[in-house]
Ligand binder design. Sequence first.
Ligand code: ADP
Length: 231
Amino acid sequence: MLTLQNVESGYGESRVLRGVDLEVQSGQVTCLMGRNGVGKTTLMKTLMGLIRTRKGSIQWNHQELASLESAKRAKAGIGYVPQGREIFPQLTVKENLLLGLERNASGNQSFPEDVLDLFPVLASMYGRQGGDLSGGQQQQLAIARALASRPGLLLLDEPTEGIQPSIVEDIRQVILKLKMQGDISILLVEQSIDFVRSAADYIYVMDRGVMALQGAPHELDISQFEYHLSV
Ligand code: ADP
């Protein structure tokens, strides 16, 4: 389980996260929503240790992460798929996946057949260069690579942004399968209310660096969402 208490971070003089409280229960899909610029990506980067936590606590399975460097957080079982799917375009699909194994928290170097089973399209493009894949396929590869490291917590920053609807649906199905398997927790930044309602166990809506709204999907009413998500 992940617990954030009163987390603050930002860039230079600016404070973006202004006291974030958040919980991700184990085995659940927790979705993070909010308008552009409210701090969602900053929160993901702060969780991963790419931006320094200025204040507050980040507890992951009883371990304090706030002052740990990024590589140690990956070792502790946190997988991260940044916005914009940063795969290695010159490397093959297979090589990209093998890079995920290097960060394997458990030290297990067995090849992730089950990960490929989740993404049949990748299995069929195994020898192709990452850069030859479509945007949606690259996103699937980025998720598969993060899963190859067997994280206990997967951070997904807008995986469906700018991706064709059929692949958005494939990604939704993968998230639902992982949720059914129950051995990974997911924190997902996503803009589509329909997507979130169909995948989330719990939803947070962020506004200007703090959580403005939270609850299980059936507890939240659509007008509350619209208030915090409209521009
Ligand atoms: P979101 O993911 O919700 O769209 P971000 O976390 O990307 O929001 O951005 C939050 C705020 O931080 C915005 O005001 C943005 O302009 C600012 N910001 C983001 N990245 C940087 C950066 N590298 N340097 C300075 N300010 C940044």
